[in-house]
Design a protein around this ligand. Structure first.
Ligand SMILES: Cc1cc2nc3c(=O)[nH]c(=O)nc-3n(C[C@H](O)[C@H](O)[C@H](O)COP(=O)(O)OP(=O)(O)OC[C@H]3O[C@@H](n4cnc5c(N)ncnc54)[C@H](O)[C@@H]3O)c2cc1C
Length: 463
């Protein structure tokens, strides 16, 4: 492992004075993402890059000295993907945060990787445009992080995930070209099939193939009008899952279909006092953005599907403030639960017809291990986030939660699902991914990595 002082000196030689961070406290803060349970190594240094040329210098220097590079956006990741590995340089992209171009004629925006998702949304909205991918972390997470994890979100159900909105990239890479070379991948046209889909390969690659320095995004026109909200309460979690399956089977596509269980509602209410009623065991929140009479009919059909699946009640919200409070509760659920103790976040995704069965298993597995679980879900996608909460410092509870976490993965795989719907493999899902994937698929992935990063510079040990 190269000595930290040597690395800092070599990095500093090609960068303005304020870019290199060696202060141990700041380094420690930059060495961990939001996955509280994922281990982190000790970084040698961090660099707060402000341009692609600076990223190139970092990659060249690290490749030359044999130090790993760990790219980092906002550090909101939930898999340990941005966590330091021993002797690495954390490459913080959050200061490369400009929106470089908005092209309303072609529904395209070009942004730097550190641009925050909600800032991009706000910038394009000024032109009557919309960037749909909306992870619940959108107020903080960066487009670079979203691209590297292929982030999902609430409206993926109807509008797709980050991958569906990335037309092109610039990235600083290594391997078949010199380490530190910048390449352009993809294009800005809506169609284009010249060559292999390297943009698709980079999206979701968790910083293991290179560092993204610019992103060309596909936009949509802004939604036509305010959405309608449908809310349903259920006496048990499995019934709410049946409603999800029923909505899917009836061919209904709300823009959003989210689930919150009682533990989440109580945690948010205790913290924010939004006036939420936490009497039901689970709530389903649907949003319909189809305008006019068709939207009204769609909302009514969704409420009917929820009732037929066993909802205690299901209704279209006529009170905008109440609907807002419910969606706010959805967004606040994770930080509200984090206040109660270390949270181990699950991210399984199952075929939508299997949501009821998976929810039943979540309850049963957690009960068997005696762990506290709260579930939020992008339910319409079959993407469930059972959150395991343990009392701080309770090692036995931690071990029980870890065992339940692994059993959730096996249950999802057995139902034809996946170990990670949107958060990425990072550190937490490395074993689970290998249990899920065909061994041949793992071998192909490893071959691609070896070809593009033979020296193992980019985020080694992740994914
Ligand atoms: C409250 C909360 C809610 C969340 N909700 C959602 C949700 O609804 N949907 C969802 O998908 N995720 C969600 N997440 C997880 C997280 O926000 C996403 O994974 C997000 O995409 C990470 O972005 P980031 O900028 O924080 O990246 P980081 O955490 O900094 O990094 C994530 C990964 O991307 C890599 N990376 C970052 N920037 C680059 C770059 N420029 N080039 C190459 N690699 C890079 C890192 O090495 C790491 O592997 C949530 C997290 C929190 C805390």
């Amino acid at each position: 492992m190269v000595e930290a002082g040597v690395l800092v000196e070599a990095l500093s030689r090609g960068l303005p004075g304020d870019r290199v961070v060696a202060d141990p406290d700041v380094l420690a803060a930059l060495s961990h993402d939001d996955a509280e349970w994922a281990p982190a190594g000790k970084a040698a240094a961090a660099v707060r890059a402000r341009s692609e040329a600076e990223v190139q210098h970092v990659v060249r220097t690290c490749a030359g000295l044999g130090a790993p590079v760990v790219p980092r956006g906002a550090g909101t990741g939930l898999s340990g993907g941005a966590n330091a590995v021993g002797g690495c340089v954390i490459l913080d992209l959050s200061r490369m945060n400009r929106v470089l171009e908005i092209d309303p004629d072609n529904l395209v925006a070009i942004v730097q990787p550190g641009a925050v998702n909600n800032d991009v949304k706000a910038a394009v909205a000024e032109h009557g445009l919309w960037y749909p991918p909306d992870p619940a972390s959108a107020p903080w997470s960066t487009i670079g992080g979203n691209v590297a994890t292929n982030a999902g979100g609430l409206c993926c159900l109807k509008y797709g995930v980050t991958r569906d909105y990335v037309l092109g990239l610039r990235a600083v890479v290594g391997g078949p070209v010199a380490y530190g070379d910048a390449v352009r991948l993809g294009r800005r046209t809506t169609k284009g099939v010249a060559g292999l889909d390297l943009v698709g390969l980079f999206v979701g690659s968790e910083g293991t193939l290179g560092v993204v320095t610019e992103v060309t995004l596909r936009l949509r026109p802004a939604p036509a009008g305010p959405p309608r909200t449908v809310v349903a309460a259920f006496a048990d979690l499995v019934a709410s899952g049946r409603a999800v399956a029923q909505i899917t089977r009836r061919g209904l596509t709300p823009a959003v279909l989210e689930l919150l269980d009682r533990a989440c509602l109580e945690a948010v209410e205790e913290w924010k006092h939004l006036g939420l009623e936490a009497e039901a065991t689970a709530l389903l929140l649907a949003r319909v953005d189809t305008p006019g009479d068709s939207g009204a009919a769609e909302a009514a059909a969704i409420a009917a599907a929820m009732t037929d699946a066993g909802a205690i009640w299901a209704e279209q919200s006529t009170d905008d403030a109440e609907a807002e409070a419910l969606f706010e509760a959805r967004l606040l659920a994770y930080p509200a639960l984090e206040r109660l103790g270390p949270v181990l976040t699950e991210d399984i995704c199952v075929p939508r017809s299997k949501v009821p069965e998976m929810l039943g298993q979540v309850t049963a597995i957690a009960a068997r291990h005696g762990v506290r679980v709260a579930t939020i879900a992008h339910a319409g996608d079959g993407n469930l986030h059972p959150l395991l909460i343990t009392p701080p410092g309770d090692e036995a509870a931690r071990a029980a939660a870890q065992a339940a976490f692994e059993e959730f993965l096996d249950a999802a795989i057995a139902l034809g699902g996946t170990v990670t719907g949107e958060h990425g493999v990072g550190i937490l899902k490395r074993d689970g991914m290998r249990r899920e994937l065909d061994p041949g698929s793992v071998a192909l992935q490893e071959a691609v990595r070896r070809a593009l990063d033979p020296r193992g510079v980019f985020n080694p040990g992740k994914g």
